[in-house]
Structure formats: structure tokens, C-alpha cells
Write a protein that binds this ligand. Structure first.
Ligand code: ATP
Ligand code: MG
Length: 318
């Protein structure tokens, strides 16, 4: 009789959804230089992951191995379950390199049509139109790339990465060297790609960009992951600072009875553990005690605070 065993039951359980990207025990050496020293992470479909870390940390190397552009020394990379070097996996990936270079005497659309041809895309014209639109380069389509600004070249690199309508995008510092307006445009382009459901690995040194567009940040230092955190999740407790005068002792006692961890050094009242949305409650307690409130300021840690702390400590995970 065929009695199902525990193992058997596990086999028939519905499999978890296949991740878009799986990096397992990745090590990459260039001769004596060990660029990546054992990195593992999974990226679910549709997630936007920021890769952060100092110069030389191993971000671009990790991206290149994921793309199959260079082979791992040890470890495995799977893109949608298969090795990245197959034509099928390549078709599903898009890449915007760290320092894009395009032949300067060609126009944007000539370059894109050339790459579309290389990729074997059938509807070249439609694909070129689509990616020019997605990156806001329609008006510049007939201009020679040698006359492009740095921001336009970066956008062209992203446009080129989108030609085959890939499911996963590797964007290696797409905003480096851009002015504030160019950075904002690039951020909007990435946000739209995210909304269209793309999985994205975005390497950047611009913490505010990562904070604005990424669901998760992976911090790499000296070839190792030193932090892997979700962003935009439930906000943790807030620390707020209130400028308030004439705060009576009873008010402090009331605030403490309500569970808040408070400290008052006139005129600065610090509340260490406020839940998001409790600010009105706090202010009404102060008003009931006729305290004079001048301003309230949130002191939530930014990604910059977190990053600096991780760099100082040298890592928290893995
Ligand atoms: N082709 C190569 N040959 C030799 N060493 C390399 C090569 N590519 C990268 N490296 C070395 O590997 C390490 C990691 O480099 P990588 O380019 O991956 O870092 P990164 O995190 O992308 O840095 P950055 O923020 O400056 O772009 C560095 O020490 C670098 O000098
Ligand atoms: Mg790099």
C-alpha cells in the first residue's frame, strides 16, 4: 500500500512562487582581488531592490554575474529558475550599465534600432517608439547621441535596457552624475517601471532615490551583505520632539501613564515611542494642561541615518 510519508506530503504541497532572482553563495574573484565574498539573496517577482554600498563594495560585480556577463568563481545565480546564460533568461533581463557608451554619430533611434536588431526583436519600430516614450526621449529621437547631455545618455541606456520588454531590470547607477532635475526624471522613470510590475535591481549611491523607489535595500560592504531590510513597510515607532513651554509636572505624569517614554528639558519635550498617527492625541494632552506648544517635529531615522550606522558598526546581518 502506498502510505504517504511526511516527505511525500511536503512534495505535494503547492510550491512557493518562483523568485525572479536567486543568488546563492556567490563568490567572484578577479585574480587576487576577491570582489564578492559569499552573497546570497532572493528577489521575488515585482520587487524593487536597492543595492547600496561604498565604492568597490561589489555591487557592479554582483550585477554582472546575475546577467551572465561574467562567471561566478563559486555559487549559483538563477534568473526565473534558470542559469542566466541561456537565451531564454537573457530575453527576460534588461541591463543599463554603470558607464554607458554609445556611438556618437548615430541618432538615438538608430542606436535603439541597432540594439533591437541584435536582440532579434521583430517589431523594431514599435519597440523603439515604446522605449523612447518610457524614457521621455521622443523629442530627441533624431538627434546624434554625441550631442546628448549626460542625463539623456543615461536615459538612452535605460531605454536600451527596455527594448525586449524584459521582466527583470538591472540598473547600475542610472542617476550617477545627473543634476537634481535629471535625477528626479530618472526617479520618475523607475517609479513607472515599478508600477508596470517590473522586478528591478537598482544600484545607487543616492540614498533618497533608494528610499523613494525601492521596496527593499541590500547593503554590501567589502563583498558581503551587511544589511538587508524592507523599506516602506509599517513605520516603526517615531521619536518626536515638541517645543513646549510651561509644561506642568502633572502633564508629564499623564503622558507617562499613557505609555509614552517622555523627557522634558524646557522647552524641549522628547517622546521616544510615539506610534505613527498618535500626534493629535499627544497635542490634546498638552492642550488640556494649558501648555504652550510652538512646534512638533518627527525624528524618524532616514535611510542615511541607518546606512551611516551600518557602515560604522560594520554590519548587522549575514
Ligand atoms: N574586471 C575587473 N578586474 C579586476 N578587478 C575588478 C574588476 N571589476 C571589479 N574589480 C574589483 O572588484 C571590486 C568590486 O568592484 P565593483 O565594481 O563590483 O564595485 P562597486 O560596488 O560596483 O563600486 P562602485 O560604487 O565604485 O561602482 C573592486 O575592488 C574592483 O576594483
Ligand atoms: Mg559599480
Amino acid at each position: 500500500m502506498n502510505v504517504p510519508t511526511l516527505n511525500h506530503a511536503a512534495q505535494i504541497a503547492p510550491p512557493a512562487e518562483e523568485p525572479a532572482l536567486e543568488v546563492d553563495g556567490l563568490v567572484k574573484s578577479y585574480g587576487k582581488v576577491v570582489a564578492v565574498r559569499g552573497i546570497s539573496f532572493l528577489v521575488p517577482k515585482g520587487q524593487v531592490v536597492g543595492l547600496l554600498g561604498p565604492n568597490g563594495a561589489g555591487k557592479s560585480t554582483t550585477i554582472k554575474v546575475c546577467l551572465g556577463l561574467t562567471r561566478p568563481t563559486r555559487g549559483v545565480v538563477r534568473v526565473f529558475g534558470s542559469t542566466p546564460v541561456t537565451a531564454e533568461a537573457r530575453r527576460r533581463m534588461g541591463y543599463s550599465p554603470e558607464t554607458p557608451y554609445f556611438y556618437p554619430f548615430l541618432t538615438a533611434e538608430e542606436i535603439l534600432a541597432f540594439y533591437a536588431g541584435l536582440q532579434g526583436i521583430e517589431s523594431v519600430r514599435a519597440s523603439v517608439d515604446r522605449v523612447l516614450r518610457a524614457t521621455g526621449l521622443e523629442a530627441a529621437r533624431s538627434r546624434k547621441v554625441g550631442h546628448f547631455s549626460k542625463g539623456m545618455v543615461q536615459r538612452l541606456a535605460v531605454a536600451q535596457s527596455l527594448l525586449g520588454d524584459p521582466e527583470i531590470l538591472f540598473l547600475d547607477e542610472p542617476s550617477s552624475g545627473l543634476d537634481p532635475e535629471g535625477r528626479l526624471e530618472m526617479r520618475q522613470i523607475i517609479q513607472e517601471l515599478k508600477q508596470s510590475g517590473k522586478t528591478i535591481l537598482l544600484s545607487s549611491h543616492i540614498l533618497s532615490d533608494i528610499e523613494a523607489v525601492c521596496d527593499r535595500v541590500i547593503v554590501i560592504k567589502a563583498g558581503r551583505i551587511v544589511a538587508d531590510r524592507l523599506l516602506n513597510n509599517e513605520m516603526p515607532e517615531l521619536e518626536v520632539e515638541v517645543e513646549v513651554r510651561a509644561l506642568p509636572e502633572e502633564a508629564l505624569a499623564t503622558l507617562r501613564r499613557m505609555g509614552w517614554n517622555v523627557h522634558y528639558d524646557e522647552p524641549r519635550l522628547s517622546v521616544m515611542n510615539l506610534q505613527p498617527g498618535q500626534e493629535p492625541e499627544l497635542l490634546s494632552v498638552l492642550a488640556e494642561h494649558r501648555a504652550q506648544v510652538y512646534q512638533l517635529q518627527r525624528k524618524q531615522a532616514t535611510l542615511e541615518d541607518i546606512y551611516m550606522e551600518i557602515m560604522r558598526k560594520g554590519g548587522e546581518e549575514q
